[in-house]
Ligand binder design. Structure first.
Ligand code: 5GP
Ligand code: ZN
Length: 115
């Protein structure tokens, strides 16, 4: 837990967020600045800075995050029409919060390539 990390502070309740899903390992909440009609961030409760910082010990956690995505997508009603999963990583990836997060985006057609 890093006291200055926005997402750690969402995990510990110091910063409020609209929770979509929570279990012992992860939490999902609405993005404060949605880029699509549905825009949820799925994060590990454990502070991991980005995908490059995932340790061997974290493999079960990452697998759990991936398996949680379909659950959230179905809960949001996005399963039929589809969605996009994005993991921005470091500067060129556009990462602005240094706590690993999966963006789950849906509710509209997503263009390709991304900007
Ligand atoms: P990144 O740019 O690192 O891939 O994604 C960070 C995301 O976190 C952005 O989409 C941004 O809108 C969102 N975000 C930043 N601060 C907060 C916050 O305090 N609460 C919530 N719910 N989302 C946030
Ligand atoms: Zn953190």
């Amino acid at each position: 837990m890093q006291t200055e990390c926005i997402f750690c502070n969402i995990v510990n309740g110091k910063i409020p967020a609209k929770k979509i899903y929570e279990d012992e390992q992860v939490i999902a909440f609405n993005d404060i600045s949605p880029a699509a009609p549905a825009h949820v961030l799925l994060i590990p409760k454990k502070h991991i800075a980005n995908l490059l910082e995932v340790a061997a010990d974290d493999q079960q956690l990452i697998a759990h995050m991936m398996s949680t995505v379909p659950h959230i997508v179905k809960q949001l009603g996005l399963a039929e029409e589809g969605f996009r999963l994005v993991v921005n990583t470091k500067d060129n990836g556009g990462q602005t919060v240094n706590h690993l997060h999966f963006h789950i985006l849906g509710g509209r057609f997503m263009t390709w390539p991304p900007g």
